[in-house]
Design a protein around this ligand. Sequence first.
Ligand code: TYM
Length: 340
Amino acid sequence: KPLVFSGVQPTGNLHLGNYLGAIQRFVALQDSHDCLYCVVDMHAITVWQDPADLKRQIREVTAAFIASGIDPTKHIVFNQSQVSGHAELAWVFNCVARLGWLNRMTQFKEKAGKDREAASVGLYAYPSLMAADILLYRATHVPVGEDQKQHLELTRDIAQKFNNDFGTSIAANGLGEAFFPLPEPLIGGPAARVMSLRDGAKKMSKSDPSDLSRINLTDEADLIASKIRKAKTDPEPLPSEAEGLKGRPEAENLVGIYAALGAVPKEDVLTQFGGGQFSTFKAALVDLAVAKLGPIGAEMQRLVAEPDHIDAILRDGAARARVLAEATMANVRDIVGFVR
Ligand code: TYM
């Protein structure tokens, strides 16, 4: 049975990339799939987080999920640290994954920077925990942005190696041939990689020092408008066909954002705005972005003002997640050979 899992880090500044690449797609999957959406607070602490900020940010991501339309009564919304199976399975996966595999992870190299010796061990082992998040529920589909592709490939490698290494034990425990599914990444659409508004070669990111580089989900209408107006473009008018966006990363990015926000193909956006000036297109993009994000930001503010309500949602989600997690972990303990 198909099962969707995805996670978002509570590290501040949720932005349009997180929304279009991930959260908006989480919402769309709800009608057709059972879904677990997780605030991955244990991933967040792989780099230093002030404890009070972390609490606020966990609630803020939860609020973003709900304000965007995720229904926590039909699906499971929770924070990772409340379900201990994530940490337990991650340890087993640390013993399945190879150093060579983790050494190839580009996100670690980026985040650790030059002084790799000073990075936390957790940052290095981050992908094992991510594999555990997904496989703890034996999830089959994982909606993510393009930047998570390599981590998903590693997750599949870990699942496959576990299935192979323990094949005999899996069969001896009556659990069939392969215990873990090889989860499929769901990456795609016009906003799988939303770029910085200041530089079409950099992805939009929570940690970019320039706030003008991103649209935050909590930005007010006039701030959204001014950021879009200031977004970098080139002097040419928009092309009428997608071909013409090649080599024009800033134009391509804004057209992709419009397409994803409006749920229309890029081609349609170009049919409508091709040949015209950027200023006309940007004005339309401002209207669309404000219409779409304004209500989400407002609802987020309303929800975070009621932390008790949010905490109750997370507790309830965690209780339901724990039941699923425990079933997997009982099998994993048997497969690995732990006595219980
Ligand atoms: P995180 O918290 O960095 O980002 C959350 C989601 O937003 C997507 N995203 C983007 N999509 C398009 N354009 C962008 N500029 C952009 N920036 C971010 C990310 O791809 C992601 O889908 N490691 C994950 C969190 C995680 C996870 C998991 C995801 C932990 N465990 C299990 C899936 C399954 C991360 O750091 O996402």
